[in-house]
Design a protein around this ligand. Structure first.
Ligand code: MG
Length: 381
């Protein structure tokens, strides 16, 4: 149930909204991004645009156009938002109360997060406050982390890792899959013995691969992320007992209940909270607080977001419960041009500043770029 005391933003009234629009954008990636299940060459994102008394607020949906990372897609999220979530909006409700009213809609955390993110951005802009203030935290520099997709060879991977280390990233995650795992990790570890290194399999293995995965124990990885099925919690608890290396769950943590189950079963020693997947920032704070109370560190995962979603994730990480570097990398790794200014960049020592170009998410959407990158618009009645 709602915990109204958790974040000041939960208590903000929704208020009058003049216009609600879907804006679908497509940003070409500088380099294709491959995980065990798919390769993407561009970022296609559904944006929810709210307009109220001249203020414009945004929520970026993290769903892909395809169901290869999660079951939600840009099409299903638009359907759920338009036909089931937005009809529940009432000006007198608080954002926390609205999220409670979303409860009968089962799952669809990406759709719910999109609405919540936009409403929190709007509430912050009305108050002239930064989003992190509405979440209840002062600004602080955020540690950086980069996720390297599956490469054609271990030599290319080592080169990419070298570039990222030179840029100042605090930790490197490499995507792995069957056949591109042990030797790839060995090569990176050999080149960088002290690197904070982790792997993410996006569910490519099964429990019968436990002995194979145990070979990773010799490399001193900080964690192995979601080695087993995207929906599994129980089998990870068996695997965790057979490995020295900490497991981290990502895909199979869809809400606080899943996190409680995973922690109780010993399925992981770390959790990757993607706010855009677990139903939004408020649910993320709940998961982070519960996990911290059980001694489980959490970090903020990324979905290759445009600058809007990227900024939202940075604000979330002002919560000190996000105690280890996440997947927040600089914009220039992904896009020729982003929708927003300023781009995310790495400061001295590889730290990232919380965007502060105005209230809310603290980034400014550039109208010319938005026009150029938009592939669809729809005004919601
Ligand atoms: Mg992951």
């Amino acid at each position: 149930m709602m915990d109204e005391g958790l974040a000041p933003g939960a208590l903000e009234k929704i208020g009058k909204i003049d216009h609600i629009d879907f804006v679908t954008v497509r940003l070409p990636f500088l380099h294709p991004f491959s995980i065990s299940a798919a390769t993407w060459t561009c970022k296609e994102a559904l944006l929810l645009r709210l307009e109220s008394d001249g203020l414009v607020a945004w929520g970026e949906c993290v769903a892909d156009p395809d169901p290869f990372y999660a079951y939600e897609t840009t099409t299903t999220t638009a359907h759920i938002i338009k036909d089931f979530l937005l009809p529940l909006l009432e000006p007198g409700l608080s954002i926390g109360e609205l999220m409670g009213k979303f409860h009968p809609v089962r799952g669809h955390g990406m759709a719910k997060a999109t609405v919540e993110n936009a409403l929190l951005d709007l509430a912050a802009k009305r108050r002239g406050k930064a989003l992190h203030e509405l979440l209840g935290f002062p600004s602080r520099p955020i540690p950086s982390g980069v996720s390297l997709g599956i490469q054609d060879s271990s030599e290319i991977l080592v080169e990419k890792a070298a570039e990222a280390i030179a840029a100042g990233y605090h930790r490197i995650k490499m995507k792995v899959k069957k056949g591109k795992d042990i030797e790839y990790v060995r090569a990176v570890r050999k080149a960088f013995p002290d690197l904070a290194l982790m792997v993410d399999a996006n569910g490519d293995y099964s429990l019968s691969d436990a002995d194979h995965l145990a070979q990773l124990d010799e490399f001193g990885l900080t964690m192995i992320e979601q080695p087993l099925s995207y929906s599994d919690i129980y089998q990870h608890s068996i695997l965790q007992k057979r490995l020295k290396t900490a497991l981290c769950l990502d895909e199979s943590i869809l809400n606080l209940d899943d996190a409680m189950t995973a922690i109780a079963l010993g399925s992981c020693r770390v959790i990757n909270i993607k706010q855009g997947r677990v139903g939004g920032l408020l649910e993320s704070l709940r998961i982070a607080r519960y996990s911290a109370s059980k001694g489980i560190p959490v970090w903020s995962g990324g979905m290759d977001e445009t600058g809007i979603g990227r900024a939202t994730n940075i604000h979330l990480q002002t919560d000190p419960n996000f105690s280890i570097p996440g997947d927040t990398a600089e914009t220039a790794r992904y896009f020729h041009e982003d929708l927003i200014e300023p781009p995310v960049t790495l400061g001295p020592g590889g730290w990232i500043s919380v965007p502060a170009s105005g209230p809310g998410v603290g980034v400014v959407v550039q109208p010319d770029r938005l026009d150029r990158l938009t592939i669809g618009r729809q005004r919601i009645k």
